[in-house]
Design a protein around this ligand. Structure first.
Ligand SMILES: [Zn+2]
Length: 277
């Protein structure tokens, strides 16, 4: 509660200073971190950005909703799905905070449009709908899992979260998708190195009773965590692909082909899947 309040106050203060800055795109040295990752490759920027608030989140960046058990998302068929419109499209209303610069809003909308091109998900501007995504720059990068009902926050901190892949990742959580490394069949594809995971973070690696939608385990998923996620020692692996440990995981560039197929299967958009071949 204190942290949320502090974040809100901080956001307001920073928002005011941003509003007073009339030169678009020159908010100060911190903002440069929104454009370039401090680490390239497999290091997860999400976990790094969230490291100070990690204890309030599940698996590093999934907010636990107050209204329902997030773990039901995949086991209870429609509990967290966004509804289909009469035309078969799944409309997800959103509101983007005015705290973001125009360039940051454009990045968020651009990530949304990447869903429009390949899936039946259609993000639409909020016009008073009951359920909608309230996208703001709170503390860190996080989302609730699936539709939680009413106004639900998605945090894309301007200090590290406003990049195409991270936006896609958080929007996928909001659509109901979990992290790949918690899949029911993950032990056939990755080894969890429990000795490298602090006991307080072990819950982030619990295997779930997931609906894998008939898709193969996807090392290239944008929902897969990197090899050193939550590591006790810097650089030590907590997740190792098997049998080939050199396989790359943890990319945050863009949704994989399988990520896209899952969206269409989860939401029953068979016609999009047919079009994709
Ligand atoms: Zn995540």
């Amino acid at each position: 509660m204190g942290l949320s309040f502090l974040s809100a106050v901080l956001a307001v203060v920073l928002g005011l200073s941003a509003a007073l800055n009339t030169t678009q795109g020159t908010p100060g040295p911190e903002a440069t971190t929104t454009q370039e990752p401090r680490h390239s490759g497999i290091t997860s920027r999400i976990l790094e950005v969230n490291k100070d608030i990690i204890q309030t989140l599940m698996e590093g960046d999934v907010a636990v909703p107050r209204k329902r058990n997030a773990m039901r998302c995949f086991s209870d068929a429609n509990s967290c799905k966004w509804p289909k419109s009469f035309n078969g499209m799944v409309e997800v209303p959103y509101h983007i905070s005015n705290y973001f610069y125009a360039s940051e809003k454009a990045a968020i909308v651009g990530a949304m449009e990447s869903f429009h091109m390949n899936t039946c998900i259609h993000f639409v501007p909020y016009t008073g709908q009951t359920d909608y995504l309230n996208i703001g720059s709170l503390s860190g990068c996080w989302s609730t899992l699936g539709r939680s009902g009413g106004k639900q926050d998605v945090s894309l901190s301007v200090y590290g979260c406003v990049s195409h892949g991270i936006i896609q990742h958080e929007l996928l959580h909001a659509l109901g998708f979990k992290h790949e490394h918690t899949r029911s069949d993950r032990d056939q594809h990755v080894r969890i190195n429990w000795e490298n995971i602090p006991s307080g973070n072990a819950y982030n690696f619990q295997r779930g009773n997931t609906n894998n939608l008939g898709t193969p385990y996807d090392y290239s998923s944008i929902m897969h965590y990197p090899k050193d996620a939550f590591s006790r020692v810097y650089g030590a692996e907590t997740i190792t692909p098997i049998p080939d440990p050199s396989v790359q995981i943890g990319q945050r560039n863009s949704m994989s082909a399988i990520d896209i197929i899952r969206i269409n299967r989860f939401y029953g958009c068979w016609w999009v899947a047919v079009a994709q071949g």
